[in-house]
Design a protein around this ligand. Structure first.
Ligand code: AMP
Length: 270
């Protein structure tokens, strides 16, 4: 694996690569990231992983500061997965180019996380555009775990570039908690709660499948979860996966949730 820190070295290393798979990450890697990498290795000739904790997508500076960082451990994992290139840029390398304008979300896109994390997706799309310009990958691999992020990034990237954005299934722990770098911030009690909440949400999805017209169900379960687990739920919503609208008729759908366990914010979808 070639570890690259400078943009000039990156250009040299990948200039002749026509079929690059790109897996953008913020590091603190786990089996969810590994599954994206394995998909890329299957579909593309070479795989490039980036580790970059992108400051512009954090709406809370404390969250940015405390975001888990583990570069040495990450490098070991990436070597064992036989990744071809690892790119670890500095903030100034990525943001020096003034050409990139900020893409604002339109009103209908300001739902779910976009409603609660002001400027978050603008930061995500901005950094995705910058990486795509530099790397020019054939494919970008993203996790369904962050479905809204995948949805917005796919629309944005495929409109502007030839690159295709591919969704990969969410990897879960045995207790059904979606793997996430932020899980390392949870204490044992919170982690167990997260498992129970996942099970409740899987049950809810099955109930909704059977009673698609019951609009009160989701509100009832939301209230029950708040009471039972003493948690703050930012949102719990059911939306179709085609356009993320609330119309479910004849469309595949997911339950989207964002909630806090103590001060750790988790998101998931089922
Ligand atoms: P992050 O490092 O959290 O920014 O995530 C980098 C990529 O990994 C994103 O496309 C995420 O959606 C994806 N990802 C994170 N957790 C999982 C998971 N449990 N299963 C599948 N993909 C994931």
């Amino acid at each position: 694996m070639k570890l690259i820190r400078q943009i000039t070295d990156l250009n040299k290393a990948i200039s002749s690569q026509r079929e690059l798979g790109f897996v953008p990450t913020m590091g603190s890697l786990h089996k969810g990231h590994a599954s994206l990498i394995n998909s890329s290795k299957q579909k593309c000739k070479k795989t490039l992983v980036s580790i970059f904790v992108n400051p512009t997508q954090f709406n809370d500076n404390n969250d940015f500061k405390t975001y888990p960082r583990n570069l040495n451990k990450d490098i070991k994992l990436l070597k064992s997965l036989k990744v071809d290139f690892l790119y670890v840029p500095t903030v100034s390398q990525i943001y020096n180019n003034k050409k990139h304008k900020i893409t604002r979300l339109n009103k209908s896109e300001k739902i779910l996380c976009a409603k609660f994390r002001k400027g978050h997706f603008e930061g995500v799309l901005n950094v995705m555009g910058r990486f795509t310009d530099i790397i020019k990958p054939k494919n970008i691999f993203m996790g369904e775990k962050d479905y809204q992020q995948f949805f917005l990034a796919r629309n944005f990237i495929e409109r502007k570039y030839k690159t295709k954005v591919i969704a990969c299934k969410t990897v879960r722990d045995v207790n059904k908690v979606a793997l996430s770098s932020r899980n390392s911030l949870l204490d044992l009690e919170s982690f167990k709660k997260a498992g129970k909440i996942s099970l409740e949400l899987i049950k809810l999805k099955n109930l909704i499948k059977k009673n698609i017209k019951d609009k009160k169900l989701i509100k009832k379960i939301k209230d029950d979860l708040i009471k039972k687990f003493k948690i703050k739920i930012e949102y719990l919503e059911c939306r179709n996966t085609i356009d993320l609208k609330t119309n479910l008729k004849n469309k595949p759908f997911k339950i989207f949730v964002a909630y806090y366990l103590k001060n750790v914010r988790l998101i998931d979808n089922f």
